[in-house]
Each structure stands twice: as C-alpha cells, then as structure tokens.
Design a protein around this ligand. Structure first.
Ligand code: NAD
Length: 260
C-alpha cells in the first residue's frame, strides 16, 4: 500500500494512461479524484474503483479553465480532506507540418498541455503548502520532452516546456516538502495514439503498418509499445517515493527509444 491515506488528483483520468494511473493509485490505497473534461467517463472510472473497494470521485474539469481547475481541486479537498499528489496528465494530440499549422491548433495544444499543467500545479500547491504535509507532482511528459518528430511542433514544444515547469516546481516546492518530476513515455496504444496512426499515414503518404513499424517503434530496442501499466508503475514510483531524492527529474519509459 504505497499510497495509503494519500489523496491524489489525476487529470485526464477518464481514459488511457490517466485511467491506468488512477486504478494503480487506488489499488495502493490512495483516494483518487478522476478529473476530466468528460464527466460521464470520469464517473465510470470512479465507480470502477469503488466497485473494487477503493475510494474515488469523478470531477468535471477542463484544465485550461482557471475557475474549473480551482473548483475541482477545492472539491477534492472538501471530499477527501486534502491533496498530496497531482498527476498532470490531460492531453491531446494534433498533428500537421509547421508551414500549414493553424494558429488555433498551436494555441489549443499549448493551452491544454502547458496552461493546464500550470493551473493544476498552482491550485494544488496552494493546498499542499497550507497543509504542511508535503506533496508530489508528476507531469505526463513524453519521449517528445526530449526529442522531436515530424508534424508535432506544438506537442514537442509543450512536452519540452513541462521539463521547465517541473524544475521550477521542484525548486520552489522544496521548502514545503513538495517534489516534482516528469514521466516520459514512448508510444502507448491509447485512443490518443490510435487516432494518430491513420492521420500520420495520410500526412506522410505511407501505410498504417509503416507508421507503427517505421515511425512509432522504429527506434525502440524491441519494436514494442510501452503499456499503460508500465507508465502507471513509473508514475507510482515517483509519486510514492518517500524522500526528496527524486525531484526535478524525468524518467523515460520507452523500450529504449530514448536513452538520454
Ligand atoms: P487519451 O486520449 O486516452 O486520454 C486523454 C484524456 O484527457 C481524455 O480522457 C480526455 O477527455 C482528457 N482531456 C483532454 N483535454 C482535456 C482538458 N482540456 N481538460 C481535462 N481533460 C482533458 O490519451 P492518453 O494517451 O492516455 O494521454 C494522456 C497523456 O499522456 C497526455 O498528456 C499525452 O500527451 C501523454 N502521452 C501519451 C503517450 C501515448 O503514446 N499514448 C505517450 C507519451 C505521452
């Protein structure tokens, strides 16, 4: 029970990686807020956790909306008595070449990934500092926090930006016992990636099979996708680690795609 009595907020937890992290946290004893744009699916994940004798609530939250973020974090604190862990995970993918990228797409991507990470961080830090029980923030980065790929300018920019936010949060949080780290997964078969396969095939003029073999998994050591469980385990490790030894770090979980 590595998360016994901890309260965790996981954004984007109605699907994919966030859902996997929420389930893993709950199994380890955490009380989990499933914060997502999609309240119906968030409630379904919370119910799944409660059915397994865990504790969870669904929270409606658009991470780009300041008032919704503050209200969702406050609701979690009211319900569970505090907040100890934030996993800033909500994200989307929109691809396109730089010379043809609508400004709206750029702004939307940066808002979800970076404004969302900032707003949830700020809201949680205010409670963590006041509680005086320390805390842990884990940002969902990507191998694209370290390397670039064709067609992904806003995503790569935002994921690199999270490293900066994490490092400042680690420095400022230290005085309050709050740690901050980034998990950097390779490709994981979630709805976000399934949507990209035909899009990339179209943009690059290659088959969907080639997108998987020659784009997504090309540089892994074993041509394997990373799994939701792999990412959840790495996140759990960073969230639950008992000392300040791990702070300001990024942990790559990618079948060797990136070895930086
Ligand atoms: P997903 O599409 O399965 O889940 C994303 C969730 O985020 C959805 O439930 C969606 O409703 C929610 N969401 C989107 N916009 C939101 C907003 N504005 N406010 C609140 N919630 C919002 O995707 P996933 O693959 O599980 O991705 C989760 C995170 O992991 C993202 O940050 C993504 O960039 C990152 N990531 C994914 C992969 C991968 O290969 N799947 C690899 C590296 C990093």
């Amino acid at each position: 029970m590595r998360m016994r009595d901890k309260v965790a907020i996981v954004t984007g937890a109605a699907s994919g990686i966030g859902r996997g992290i929420a389930l893993a946290f709950a199994r380890e004893g955490a009380k989990v807020a499933i914060a997502d744009l999609d309240l119906e699916r968030a409630e379904a994940v919370a119910e799944e956790i409660r059915d397994a004798d865990g504790q969870a609530i669904g929270v409606a939250m658009n991470v780009t909306e300041e008032a919704e973020v503050d209200a969702g974090v406050q609701r979690t604190v009211n319900e569970f008595g505090g907040v100890h862990v934030l996993v800033s995970n909500a994200g989307v993918q929109m691809i396109g070449p730089l010379d043809d990228l609508p400004f709206e797409t750029w702004k939307k991507m940066l808002a979800i990934h970076l404004d969302g990470a900032f707003l949830t961080t700020r809201a949680c830090l205010r409670h963590m500092y006041a509680q005086k029980e320390g805390g842990s923030i884990v940002y969902m980065g990507s191998v694209h926090s370290k390397v670039a790929s064709l067609l992904k300018a806003p995503y790569v920019t935002a994921k690199h930006g999270l490293l900066g936010l994490c490092r400042v949060a680690a420095k400022e949080g230290a005085a309050h016992g709050v740690r901050a780290n980034v998990v950097c997964p390779g490709f994981v078969r979630t709805p976000l990636v399934d949507k990209q396969i035909p899009e990339q095939a179209r943009e690059l003029g290659i088959s969907e099979d080639d997108v998987i073999k020659n784009v997504m998994l090309k540089d892994t050591v074993d041509a394997e996708f990373t799994t939701v469980e792999d990412v959840a385990e790495a996140t759990l490790f960073l969230a639950a680690h008992p000392s300040n030894a791990f702070t300001g770090q990024s942990l790559i979980v990618s079948h060797g795609w990136c070895m930086e």
